[in-house]
Design a protein around this ligand. Structure first.
Ligand code: ADP
Ligand code: MG
Ligand code: MG
Length: 499
């Protein structure tokens, strides 16, 4: 239970001086708010579209073992390559086809479009994020999921790190009344490079498009952000948009699916289906999806038509449908099987490093492993280990946890169980306490953090053109909530204090 801020004692095991909640509220919160508003660490107000508030964030960075961060960072290029190869494989299409019967309206539609995609563009772009929790027994990272579409917070993540560094520079009175730097004696406070590195990924795609189509002048081409109407996480996207212009001189446009369908046309002068924005004459060099990953994003038939239209066009897509499908939870489960992983990774050492981050994931089908999975799922709370059940969905709020699993499964037709995966819950230690600022309100809570590592990759069927680590994200939620959706209001964007 939360108590009023003024009655709270200072946190005992916090990595920062024992400031009382009142001190935090009176001295730090105004500074935090001013920094955030000045620098765009903000979220848009859904109702107005032109007002914003400070993004959900932590007051202090959260300690993360430096070796854990290194481990996650060093793995990113291997994961990027793995998922690029999966997206290029026949195997992906065969496995995705098996999911269609139980999810015809989403996976089924994406699959059908991917299957008949006729784009002349052979280059594909992945802007990825691999998410991890730290297992409290081994103190090692365990992968929660690998995201291949519309990964967010690359922009805000860099800003939170800068904001924490700013607060650190202020110094403050600790409980004894002494002036101290917040993190005196603490480890490094790395600022995530994601805002710049993810932009660099997009810029590489744009430049490659231009070099192949030399008649496409830079000023006449754009990166098209495909977005939801009334996006609350607008300013996270804006950071990337502004970086494209500031660092690379690359222009952008923002289009909803419906606008894309209405306002973009294929070229009439060649049969590559080069895409042009009718009103401005700008050529779409890169199509960058910040929507399209879940059912609600396709709120009309025109949205589906737009996705197909864009997919078949000549712009480089970030991502193509097959890259998006490679990020399915089902694919993640299959890759934990040695025979499957071995199809894509030859190098024993690389395979071992990847495998070390996997927890047990079961299918719920008729295979021997699937039978085992079903048995465990139905045991619910009685099972020795605890599990989470996941459908083929993205964006948070879709999972079923622990004792809710048996009842949920029984409400479904058993023939549809095979589109879910059953994953062992990662046993995380509530890392520390922190102050969370959400909706302008301060609360002090035991928290759990999820580490995200960004990566960018540009590739075709033959080769990888670039493959890079692209920064990090720490999302922190109260340990009392199963999921920590930042946009949903539970979680916050945080930064690391390496220990
Ligand atoms: P989504 O694609 O919707 O983000 P995730 O697989 O990331 O789905 O699950 C959402 C959240 O659920 C995660 O951010 C994490 O908080 C929690 N979660 C998911 N899998 C696990 C797991 N194996 N152990 C512990 N928590 C998990
Ligand atoms: Mg996801
Ligand atoms: Mg997730």
């Amino acid at each position: 239970m939360m108590s009023p801020i003024s009655q709270m004692k200072a946190p005992e095991h916090a990595p920062f001086p024992k400031l009382s909640s009142t001190q935090v509220e009176k001295t730090l919160l105004p500074q935090l708010n001013q920094w955030a508003l000045s620098n765009g660490l903000i979220m848009a107000d859904k109702t107005s579209g032109s007002t914003a508030k400070v993004a959900p964030t932590t007051v202090f960075p959260t300690p993360v073992p430096a070796k854990v961060f290194e481990q996650a960072k060093n793995l990113q290029k291997t994961f990027n390559q793995l998922y690029a190869q999966v997206s290029n494989s026949e195997w992906l299409m065969e496995e995705t086809e098996k999911l269609v019967h139980s999810d015809p309206d989403f996976t089924g539609k994406l699959y059908a479009m991917a299957k008949k995609s006729a784009s002349k563009q052979t280059l594909k772009m992945g802007l990825f994020r691999s998410d991890y929790l730290i297992d409290q027994h081994s103190e090692e990272i365990k992968q929660v999921e690998f995201n291949t579409v519309s990964v967010s917070f690359a922009g805000l993540s860099s800003k939170v790190g800068e904001m924490h560094s700013f607060l650190n520079s202020l110094g403050a009175y600790d409980a004894s009344g002494e002036m101290k730097m917040f993190y005196e004696g603490m480890g490094e406070l790395p600022v995530s490079e994601s805002s710049v590195f993810m932009t660099r990924g997009l810029a590489r795609g744009f430049t490659m498009y231009q070099s192949v189509n030399s008649e496409t002048k830079k000023e006449k081409a754009v990166v098209a952000f495909i977005v939801e109407p009334n996006e609350t996480n607008l300013y996270d996207q804006k950071a990337i948009e502004f970086n494209l212009l500031r660092l690379y001189g690359i222009r952008s446009i923002r289009l909803t699916f419906e606008e894309a369908l209405q306002d973009v046309e294929y070229s009439s002068f060649d049969d590559n289906k080069r895409m042009f924005h009718k009103k401005t004459g700008k050529e779409l060099a890169v199509v960058y999806y910040r929507t399209g990953y879940t059912t609600g994003d396709y709120y009309s038939d025109d949205c589906w038509k737009a996705r197909e239209f864009l997919e078949n066009g000549y712009a480089i897509k970030a991502p193509t449908l097959d890259v998006q499908l490679a990020g399915a939870k089902k694919v993640q489960q299959l890759l934990t099987q040695d025979d499957v992983l071995s199809k894509f990774v030859d190098d024993e050492e690389a395979k071992q490093k990847l495998t070390k981050t996997f927890v047990k994931i079961y299918p719920l089908d008729d295979s021997p492993l699937g039978q085992e999975g079903k048995k465990l799922a139905l045991q619910g709370e009685a099972s020795k280990k605890q599990y989470v059940l996941k459908p083929q969905r993205e964006g948070g709020g879709n999972n079923v946890y622990k004792s809710d699993i048996p009842k949920f499964l029984k409400s479904l037709d058993e023939k549809d169980w095979d589109s879910y995966i059953l994953m062992e819950l990662i046993d995380v230690k509530p890392s520390t306490e922190n102050y969370l600022v959400r909706d302008g309100k301060l609360s002090r809570e035991p928290v759990v953090s999820e580490l995200g590592i960004y990566g960018t990759i540009l590739f075709d069927a033959e080769s990888i053109r670039s493959n890079e680590y692209a920064g990090s994200l720490l999302r922190t939620k109260p340990s009392s909530s199963n999921e920590g959706g930042v946009v949903a209001g539970f979680g916050t964007v945080d930064s690391m204090c390496l220990v």
